[in-house]
Design a protein around this ligand. Structure first.
Ligand SMILES: Cc1cc2nc3c(=O)[nH]c(=O)nc-3n(C[C@H](O)[C@H](O)[C@H](O)COP(=O)(O)OP(=O)(O)OC[C@H]3O[C@@H](n4cnc5c(N)ncnc54)[C@H](O)[C@@H]3O)c2cc1C
Length: 384
């Protein structure tokens, strides 16, 4: 992050605590969704800041496993206003994505506060108050962009294994060399489970992959075109969660580009649902058992919005919203899975939802300006 960005963020957030009054907008979370909305806020000339828990932009991507390869090709990985720097129809790995997000934030001079994990968000008379460590940030409107994959979920069966078994969630997996030697049980039949199982088998490990629900498997490429080309051209990326087709599509994930046959050819053994564990064993539906010393839980994530102290919006882990707009005026979400369409939590499509939320922010600002006019002020002009 440039010195200029740090200064912008410092000035913007300091202003929110002093006599300049609240910021127009605080964005909580500085990854792809946070940056996509920042692009719109900058164009609207708003006083805003992005609060990011991590030590750097792109942290969420950098922390994923070393070989992670995107299932979306480069032409479907761009945020608003800046192409992804890779040839079309190539599939970036995770570090170039993190690098792209950093370059994006720098090019746009997004005012980002790093190491600023928001631990409480509450309502005030003027709008909202976010607290991060000992700092308080006030804003008229807030966009929560803390991601669709927050708290790694591990099934209760994990507790039956004894301490001599190495267990980790896919969020903590890095590469085959970082695991103790020996066979590995991977639990979870989504994209992560398939990718990790294939990598381990290719590295010469004996791998069992336990799948509770068989997801439909779609090829990465069809008739010379990428899957997302087809989904876009067939209009399926525009199908909304309110429609009947959208409800059906959103009730089921699919696995992209992994064939069971290919994994079997590499020696991966498929197992049904894991039903329980012994001290060093895993039990599966239909009665089979496996001795195991290393288990990787590719069993997904849960949302955690317990820090949002606005009960009518966040309750029991669920967010009440329509297309990211909550019932609390001025509070929005961006980047949730199927927030509006299949693309809502994808790099190259989150920009569509960001444009919609930005429109809502502008409309609310116009309405409140009309009700009580404020002096027109340019955030950038203030700093020069
Ligand atoms: C294994 C895997 C593979 C994927 N592959 C693809 C792919 O090929 N193509 C694609 O388009 N998408 C892919 N995705 C989906 C999606 O693009 C990513 O999950 C993306 O990271 C979501 O972006 P986001 O900005 O919404 O959230 P995140 O990237 O999760 O970012 C949220 C940010 O908010 C910060 N934060 C969290 N809580 C707080 C807080 N309380 N205060 C302040 N900051 C906070 C975090 O530090 C983080 O930087 C993949 C996801 C996973 C898990």
């Amino acid at each position: 992050m440039s010195a200029r960005q740090e200064k912008d963020a410092e000035q913007a957030t300091a202003a929110s605590r002093t006599n300049d009054g609240p910021l127009d907008v605080v964005v909580i979370g500085g990854s792809q969704a946070g940056l996509a909305i920042a692009w719109h806020l900058a164009r609207q000339g708003l006083r805003y800041a992005v609060l990011e828990a991590g030590p750097e932009i792109g942290h969420a991507w950098r922390s994923r496993w070393d070989s992670l390869t995107l299932f979306t090709p480069a032409q479907y990985d761009a945020l608003p206003g800046m192409p992804f720097p890779a040839p079309a129809d190539t599939y970036p790995t995770k570090d170039p994505v993190a690098g792209y997000l950093q370059a994006y934030a720098s090019a746009l001079e997004v005012p980002v506060r790093l190491n600023a994990r928001v631990t409480s968000l509450s309502r005030t008379e003027e709008g909202f108050e976010a607290r991060a460590a000992d700092q308080v940030f006030r804003a008229r409107q807030v966009v929560v962009t803390t991601g669709p994959f927050q708290t790694p979920f591990v099934p209760p069966a994990a507790q039956g294994l004894d301490e001599s078994v190495t267990q980790l969630h896919s969020a903590g997996y890095r590469n085959p060399q970082a695991l103790p030697e020996g066979p590995v049980l991977v639990v979870g039949g989504g994209n992560s489970g398939f990718q990790i199982a294939e990598e381990l088998a290719a590295a010469g490990r004996r791998v069992d992959l336990s799948i509770a629900t068989k997801l439909p498997v779609l090829p990465q490429r069809l008739a010379g075109k990428d899957l997302f080309w087809w989904l876009t051209h067939l209009g399926l990326m525009r199908v909304t969660t309110e429609s009947r087709l959208g409800r059906r599509m959103s009730s089921r994930e699919f696995v992209i580009g992994h064939s069971r046959r290919r994994l079997q050819a590499k020696g991966v053994r498929f197992r049904p649902r894991l039903t329980g564990t012994g001290a060093r064993s895993a039990h599966f539906a239909y009665g089979s058992t496996l001795d195991t010393g290393v288990v990787i839980w590719a069993t997904g994530y849960r949302l955690d919005h317990s820090w949002i102290q606005i009960p009518e919006v966040a309750r029991d882990g669920q967010i009440a919203h329509q297309r990211g707009v909550t019932g609390v005026p001025g509070l929005y979400f961006l980047g949730l899975s199927w927030q509006h369409t299949r693309g809502s939590a994808l790099l190259g499509f989150v920009g569509d939802d960001a444009a919609y939320i930005a429109g809502c922010i502008a409309a609310r600002r116009r309405a409140s300006d009309a009700a009580s006019p404020r002096p027109v002020r340019s955030h950038r002009a203030e700093q020069r």
